[in-house]
Design a protein around this ligand. Sequence first.
Ligand SMILES: Cc1ncc(CO)c(N)n1
Length: 240
Amino acid sequence: MTFSTELIEAGTPVLNHIMAHPFVKGIGDGKLSKQALMFYVIQDYNYLNEFLHSDAVALLKSTSREDMQIISQQIDFLLNSESEAHRNFCEVAGTSYASLQGQPMTPTTKLYTNHMLETLKSGDLIDIIAAMTPCPWTYGEIGDRLVEQGKNTADNVFTPWIELYANDDDADETPEQFPFFDILDREAPKYSRERLDQVKRSFLESCEFEWDFWEQSFYQKDWQFLPGVVLPVNTAAKAK
Ligand SMILES: Cc1ncc(CO)c(N)n1
């Protein structure tokens, strides 16, 4: 069994919980509160900035052009395509993307990004990539599964979001669709079983943080006592 197959098997129960989460179901059904959508975009903007920093260090620690290519494609997707997913949510929430930037991180976003950034200090490429992989993996699966369920209909307001993340019409869960798994499979044979168990734990923690991210957005879970997220008063939707 390849290491990525092992990770996918171990992560699938968490992925199933993600699919059952009311936020993800809401994407499928085209129904989510404006508050949940805005809270998500505010925190995801913060999250993706740190994800880019992780990509940067992963690139620094890569030794093959093949790995560098995968990481640079991830950076390109994040900077140039993923903002379309945010804009889709902003449009439905009736607010501008710019109004949802530059706000404080919630406790959950901090925990998740700190978990990724921790690996940058003393981790190897495998540690960095393992903590990052649940991000593209779970979103690709959410997109694919919602398409399989026929949720990307013309009247679903979130169809652009679903189609951005769906990998293709091939329902097969092959690691090739998530190229970070290829990096993990190339690196894994260099390590002991004990070390790989640590890497797997870190991957699974990120899977659970993915669930937490939907949860915090759906219920707008924020700091209890400190100033936190301020949702903009809804203005008429602007084009940009
Ligand atoms: C929290 C989170 N996980 C994964 C993705 C997919 O890139 C995202 N945009 N945000």
